[in-house]
Design a binder for this molecule. Sequence first.
Ligand code: HSE
Length: 432
Amino acid sequence: MKEIKVGIIGFGTVGSGTAEVLRCQAENLRRKTGLNITLARVADRSAQSLPPEFAQCPLSNKAEDVLNDPAIDIVVELIGGIEPARTLVLGAIARGKHVVTANKALMSTAGREILAAAAEAGVTVGMEASVAGGIPVIKTLKEGMTANTINSIMGILNGTANYILSRMTDERLPFAEVLREAQDKGYAEADPSFDIDGIDTAHKLAILIALAYGINIQLKDIHVEGISRIEPIDIVYARQFGYRIKLLAISINHGDHMEARVHPTMVPENHMLASVNGAYNAVNFNGDMAGDILLYGQGAGKMPTGSAVAADIVDIARDIAAGAINRVPGLAFVEDNIIKGRITPMEQLRGAYYFRMSVMDEPGVLANIAGILGNNEISIESVIQQKRQEKGPVPVVIRTHQATEKSVVQAMNEIDKLDICAKTPVIIRILE
Ligand code: HSE
């Protein structure tokens, strides 16, 4: 039986998960592929030893030992971050090795460079685990929906942010406590601000947009807002209005331009994404032929992410055996056909909005706010002003009819400058 040898760089949560998936699924994979896919070497900067079940596998503290092992066919990069991951991946490609990575930061910033180098060297780069952990979103876009023009992408792509918002909603717990829980459970990135500030979601959305539309998108093209300004009171008001607050990644294809944004969103409670709770991820692709396809599952964690890494390893192993490397282009489109693409300016968006203002409870305040909204052609759908409990500002919450982002930004700047406004207003877009 032909043997395919795998080397893993980085034996943390996902690295050890991948090794375990390959080990416990070995017989299943032999039956499915007719190949013997084996772990041949591990490199990890700090590991002193491997678990007993991998005792026969050589361990080294230097990633180069994996790159320089001539027996290894597939290098699996699981260290995360941009450098030294980029140099290692390019080094593996230069040595004629196939690569599998779960690194969304790397693939959303240096993906073009890496995939071009791989195409040149005649090797494959698999990145299924870089978006939505164990859910096969990349394969769905690249292969399952290949005969579609993708109309939209909408998803919950960060388990930590979703876990925090869900726990704040269900248990009325404060943000900081829930963040600690998420870190204890191993969902959060090394730097949790990537999860909370929406950066991790933007990395993943950039990868999906590139694959969906065949465009060259940079991270800076994506409008990103995180969840740190959401307070429990917003969650309570959202419920009163019939919504759940979710950190959504959204892209709508308008033909000659595409939306690309990540921000907290009020999702109607009967929408399927509203019931995606805890650390789960979900993404909805709308294709012009297939219609809506909703994928749901575990977007992080040892075994789910290990399962996605192993699926890429198996794909490459099959391609090696069939002599059909790069049958499916790394970015779903033939390299020469990838276009620049134009991202919709945020100011052109139109939708309904939720505003929470913290204002002094004085005569004329509401009239003042309503005047500014009216002058900016923003029509109020409903208003809630909470009774004053003690001296100091009170929350005024407004839900609008359809308005443009440009007028909302202008109106909120004007309101923020009023003396009666105690804090910068919170703005949440409403999904309709
Ligand atoms: N920190 C990520 C999340 C892990 O919370 O979803 C997987 O990318």
